[in-house]
Design a protein around this ligand. Structure first.
Ligand code: SF4
Ligand code: FES
Length: 390
C-alpha cells in the first residue's frame, strides 16, 4: 500500500476534522471506486451497474482520470479500485493504471476477466498494478457460464487468475452467492485456494438495481443460509493462515444491517464513467439528491460540500429507531439505498434491521422464491448505445 502517501497530506485534512457549527465530522475518504465504463460482456442477473448506463461517448478520458487520481491522493485516498462494468473494455486501461500508480494510490483492478488478456495483465503490472480481484460465478463451469450468460467465461477467469498468481500479484477471488450456488461455497473456496489466491470474498447478492428484477430467483432459502454460515466457519479454521475468507450474512436474513460503504460520505466515494461523484454505487436510486461532477468541481470540494454527500453524513438526519439506538455509529442505520427501495424513505432505518417497523416486509420478501429463468442484463454495445441514458 502507498504508505508514503501519508507524507503528502495536508495537516489541515486529517481525519475527524469538523466543519464547525452543526456540521458532522468530516473524515477523509480512504477508497475511490473508479467506474471506468459501464460496458461489460457478461449479462449477470444481479448486475450492479445502474439501470441508466453511461454510454461510451460520455466516458471520462484518461487525462481527466489522471487529474481525478491526483485530487484523490491529495484528499487522503489510499486506494483506487479500477472497476466497471468491465474495465478491460477501456483501450487506455494501461495508461489509466499508470496514472493512478503515479499518484501514489494502491491500485486494485476489479475485473470479470473476460476482455483482459494475459498480455494486457502483464502491461498493467508493469504500469504499477498492485492487486487484482476476479469475480467467479460458481465453482462449476457450466453453472458459472449460465449465470454469466457467457460461454467459456469460467475458463477465461481461471486462465487469467492463474496468470495473475504467476506474476506474483495478490489475487482476491470474489464469489457472488445466491440460491443456485450458495451450497457450493466449499468448492468455491477450494477453487480459490487451488489457484493461489490470497483472499476470497463470499459476497451475497445485493438486491439493488437489476438484481431486484431477479430477487425471487436469486434469494437463498432459509435452510441454505445457516448451512453457508457453518461452511464458512469450517473453511476459516481449515485454511487459517493460507487464505483470508471474508463473508457476511445475506442482508435479508440478517438481524442488523451492514454499515454500508462504511457510513455515507465517511470512507469512500465513487466516480461514474461520465464523471458524476456518488457516495455509493447505487446512490442514484434516491430521488432529489444533487450530485456534482468532476468536470465542475474538485474532488475535495465535492467531498466536503456536495449536497448528495452531506445528505446522510453523520447521524443528525436519522429518525427513530436509529436516532436513539446504541448501534447508530456502528452501522450508521444501514444502507440508505436499500432503505429507500424498500420503504420509500431514504432516511428510514434499513428495514433489514429487526428494529425497523418495516422488517416484516423483508421477512416476507425473503420467503418469496420462484424458479424462473433469469432476466439477464443486456449491457451496452455500439449498436444500442443510442438507446442508453447518459
Ligand atoms: Fe442500526 Fe438503526 Fe437498526 Fe439501530 S435501529 S441497529 S442504528 S438500523
Ligand atoms: Fe447506497 Fe448502501 S448502496 S448506501
Amino acid at each position: 500500500m502507498a504508505a508514503d502517501k501519508q507524507d503528502h497530506l495536508s495537516p489541515t485534512r486529517t481525519s475527524g476534522l469538523t466543519n464547525g457549527g452543526e456540521e458532522p465530522a468530516l473524515h477523509r475518504p480512504i477508497g475511490l471506486l473508479a467506474e471506468l465504463t459501464h460496458r461489460c460482456p457478461l449479462g449477470c442477473p444481479y448486475c450492479s451497474n445502474p439501470l441508466a448506463l453511461d454510454p461510451r461517448e460520455r466516458e471520462l478520458d484518461s487525462p481527466t482520470w489522471t487529474r481525478v487520481f491526483g485530487e484523490a491522493a491529495a484528499l487522503g485516498v489510499l486506494q483506487v479500485h479500477l472497476s466497471g462494468g468491465e474495465p478491460g473494455a477501456r483501450r487506455d486501461l494501461v495508461e489509466i493504471t499508470a496514472a493512478a500508480h503515479s499518484s501514489g494510490l494502491y491500485t486494485n483492478l476489479i475485473t470479470s476477466a473476460v476482455g483482459i488478456t494475459a498480455n494486457t495483465v502483464e502491461k498493467l503490472v508493469d504500469a504499477g498494478l498492485d492487486h487484482v480481484q476476479i469475480s467467479i460465478q460458481d465453482s462449476d463451469a457450466a453453472s458459472a457460464d449460465h449465470i454469466a450468460n457467457y460461454p467459456s467465461a469460467f475458463a477465461r477467469k481461471r486462465a487469467l487468475a492463474d496468470r495473475v498468481v504467476a506474476l506474483k500479484i495478490p489475487l482476491t477471488v470474489n464469489c457472488v452467492v445466491h440460491r443456485a450456488n450458495i451450497d457450493r461455497i466449499r468448492a468455491m473456496v477450494e477453487l480459490a485456494v487451488s489457484i493461489g489466491a490470497s483472499r476470497v470474498e463470499i459476497a451475497h447478492v445485493q438486491y439493488y438495481g437489476w438484481a431486484l428484477r431477479n430477487r425471487a430467483s436469486l434469494m437463498p432459502t432459509a435452510d441454505q443460509v445457516p448451512r453457508a454460515v457453518k461452511a464458512v466457519e469450517e473453511l476459516r479454521k481449515r485454511y487459517h493462515g493460507k487464505i483470508v475468507i471474508d463473508a457476511v450474512l445475506p442482508d435479508y436474513y440478517a438481524r442488523f444491517p451492514k454499515p454500508c460503504v462504511g457510513g455515507w460520505g465517511r470512507r469512500s466515494l465513487n466516480v461514474t464513467p461520465a464523471g458524476k461523484v456518488l457516495p455509493c454505487h447505487a446512490a442514484e436510486v434516491i430521488p432529489n439528491l444533487e450530485f456534482w461532477h468532476v468536470q465542475d468541481h474538485s474532488l475535495a470540494d465535492i467531498w466536503a460540500n456536495s449536497p448528495a454527500f452531506k445528505a446522510f453524513r453523520g447521524t443528525a438526519w436519522m429518525k427513530e429507531p436509529c436516532r436513539s439506538c446504541e448501534r447508530r455509529e456502528i452501522d450508521y442505520g444501514g444502507c440508505r439505498c436499500q432503505a429507500f427501495m424498500l420503504t420509500g424513505d431514504a432516511a428510514a432505518a434499513d428495514p433489514v434491521c429487526h428494529l425497523s417497523p418495516h422488517h416484516p416486509n423483508v421477512v416476507a420478501l425473503a420467503a418469496r422464491q420462484y424458479d424462473e429463468p433469469y432476466s439477464y442484463r443486456l449491457n451496452p454495445r455500439k449498436a444500442d448505445s443510442d438507446a442508453l441514458v447518459g
